[in-house]
Write a protein that binds this ligand. Structure first.
Ligand SMILES: [Mg+2]
Length: 304
């Protein structure tokens, strides 16, 4: 029987990210105003709303930038939109930027990325998980299946995923837990970690050797993601017959697996831009599913 590794994203793929992002927004605005910028909350809120409008009216112009490269477009997901807006707010005033740099001196990542990561991790841990319909059933079924080996791979921290999965009575593999089912978690995987000096190129079925995946005149995806690449290579070395990556975002999670020849399944959300869906549908190893029921059907079809 075919052995399949299923690499599952968490936020937005298994959870109702739009709902959670609404909660996160208030928490992050307050932390940014009070703890980092030390300015009135209403100033941050005003700028936040202005930037949000600008992004949604010209989404190709706004991205989450890491080390000077585009990690993802701002409108590809609810959390990403929030993070991108917060970054634009930090850059919107020289005094804001100075406060961010003082609090988060740059290391392998720039100060604005470090600050927005801090807001994301500290904020999302306070947000209650809202799992999508069918998430528990999907996880339990793929955990139980004898030839499917699931792993949750995410930019979020392992401890958040572990905490949220408790609501479904699923434990983290390799830890002492009281649950009947457990799953491997690869947290803080940094799909957004971009490196302009990384020289790896990829063979594209249409464009040849490249570091950029062109999508259309407005959108393209930079593939210089050494951290995510290393994790995927390690998974490939486990020797499964097929590796399937499932996520709700294309730039962050999907583009690299696609060019590496893995199967990528885009799980749509209310935020999925049309260009992402078209790009995945047109790729020979891409698939699009509308919900977790369709995803389950697809995964079980692979091992039938
Ligand atoms: Mg996601």
């Amino acid at each position: 029987m075919k052995r399949v590794k299923v690499v599952l994203d968490f936020d937005g793929t298994l959870t109702d990210e739009a709902r959670q992002a609404r909660e996160l927004k208030g928490i992050a605005q307050r932390m940014l105003a009070e703890k980092i910028l030390k300015v009135p909350l209403k100033d941050v809120k005003r700028r936040y709303n202005r930037v949000r409008k600008a992004i949604l009216s010209s989404p190709h112009k706004y991205h989450w930038s890491v080390n000077g490269l585009k990690a993802t477009y701002a409108h590809e997901g609810a959390y990403l939109l929030n993070t991108s807006i917060l970054q634009e707010v930090m850059r919107s005033d020289l005094n804001y930027l100075r406060a961010v740099m003082r609090k988060f001196p740059p290391n392998a990542l720039d100060s604005v990325t470090l600050a927005s990561n801090h807001l994301f991790h500290r904020g999302t841990i306070q947000v209650d998980p809202h799992f999508l319909k069918g998430a528990e059933e999907l996880l339990v079924e793929i955990i139980k299946h004898p030839t499917i080996d699931p792993v949750i791979l995410t930019n979020s921290e392992t401890k958040k995923i572990e905490k949220n999965l408790k609501a479904l009575k699923i434990g983290r593999k390799g830890t002492r837990n009281r649950f009947a089912y457990e799953i491997e978690i690869l947290g803080d995987t940094r799909q957004y970690h971009m490196d302009p000096d990384w020289e790896q190129h990829f063979e594209h079925h249409r464009y040849g050797s490249t570091q950029i995946l062109p999508v259309n005149e407005q959108f393209s995806i930079d593939l210089r993601r050494p951290v995510y690449h290393a994790v995927l290579k390690q998974i490939l070395e486990e020797g499964f017959d097929e590796v399937v990556v499932v996520a709700d975002g294309l730039s962050l999670a999907g583009a690299l697996p696609l060019v590496m020849g893995l199967t990528f399944v885009l799980k749509k959300t209310g935020f999925t831009p049309e260009w992402c869906e078209t790009c995945v549908r047109e790729h020979p190893n891409g698939r699009v599913v509308n919900d977790l029921a369709e995803l389950k059907e697809y995964l079980f079809g692979l091992v039938a």
